[in-house]
Ligand binder design. Structure first.
Ligand code: PBG
Length: 325
């Protein structure tokens, strides 16, 4: 019998041959490191559900940034954990709010570092929802003004990129107009365009103290069952002027990432969320998996699915591993 088949193993026979045909790489430039900034002094609070992640106070931020920059990380995304909250999330758009102050500090010490400001209200509202609440309802249009105000105050503080995550309809249009009217037409918007209502955000809500006090986020975040809806969300954000598109979470949504990459010509960002991080940390601490190998494999998977950038709590470890190579 004469066999006729293709010898794929020819291209896998040695490390050099494999590297010659490798299609996807991870670089320092791909990484965006999330930081939780807390009020008070000399605070480095460990987040119990996210080993290796801390809430850091403003006075410790310069040292933290020195470490991040020395590792070769080029961009951070800032989340604020304010001391006080109220019904309309005033702290989010205060000119001396926690994220605004943190932005000034980072830009002062590391002007070349890209500062991305997460633009949402849930960390600042006493009810923990991402918009203005009336009864049990999260109101869309009244929330837009507050988001635009938040974005403008973040831009004023020096944020390089505005990243709205609250999933109100029209948030990109409202923020774009707000920024333009205030003279910030050069500040790009990285929209959490495709954000699912996900159980993988659990540990983040510990870190950011942003668990909704009633109900859930299913009237504004997306149903995990839907794929075509993701394309509609991305389309409207592109139409409204988004410069980057985020798909979030990442691991259970790699198909969506590829769809968005194929359909839209904009830099695509994967948000490798808290629950995805904590699962790996927990398994690694138990000695059940090889942490480095698993982390590199999953981030490579996101890039292969089309992500240009990855927001990840693993960023420091990954930067360190890349430096060791
Ligand atoms: C704020 C926001 C959330 C995350 C990022 N921005 C939480 C949420 O929507 O409940 C989650 C990030 C993560 O889990 O790592 N709206």
């Amino acid at each position: 019998m004469e066999l006729n088949f293709k010898r794929h193993r020819r291209l896998r026979q040695s490390a050099s041959m494999r590297s010659l045909v490798r299609e996807t790489y991870l670089h320092h430039e791909d990484l965006i490191y999330p930081l939780f900034i807390v009020e008070g002094e000399n605070k480095k609070n460990a987040v119990a559900s996210m080993p290796g992640v801390y809430q850091v106070s403003l006075d410790l931020l310069p040292a933290e940034m020195d470490e991040i920059a020395a590792l070769g990380i080029k961009s951070v995304i800032l989340f604020g954990v304010p001391a006080e909250k109220d019904s309309t999330g005033t702290g989010a758009y205060h000119d001396h709010g926690i994220v605004q102050e943190a932005t000034r500090i980072v830009k002062e010490h590391h002007p070349e570092m890209i500062v991305i400001a997460d633009t949402c209200l849930c960390e600042y509202t006493d009810h923990g929802h991402c918009g203005v609440v009336e009864g049990a309802k999260v109101l869309n249009d009244p929330s837009l003004d507050l988001l635009a105000k938040t974005a403008v105050s973040q831009a004023k503080a020096g944020a390089d990129i505005i990243a709205p995550s609250n999933m109100m309809d029209g948030f990109v249009a409202a923020i774009r107009k707000g920024l333009d009217d205030a003279g910030f037409e050069d500040v790009p918007i990285m929209s959490y365009a495709v954000k699912y209502s996900s159980a993988f955000y659990g540990p983040f809500r510990d870190a950011a103290d942003s668990t909704p006090q009633f109900g859930d986020r299913r009237t504004y975040q997306m149903d995990p069952a839907n794929r075509l809806e993701a394309l509609r969300e991305a389309q409207s954000d592109m139409d409204e002027g988004a410069d980057f598109l985020i798909v979030k979470p990442a691991l259970a949504y790699l198909d969506i990432m590829r769809d968005v990459k194929n359909e839209f010509n904009a830099p695509l960002v994967a948000y490798n969320v808290s629950g995805e991080y904590s699962m790996i940390k927990a398994a690694a601490q138990n000695g059940w998996i090889d942490e480095k190998a698993v982390v590199m494999e999953k981030l490579l998977g996101m890039k292969r699915a089309g992500a240009d950038l990855i927001i990840t709590y693993h960023a420091k470890d990954v930067a360190q591993w890349l430096n060791e190579k």
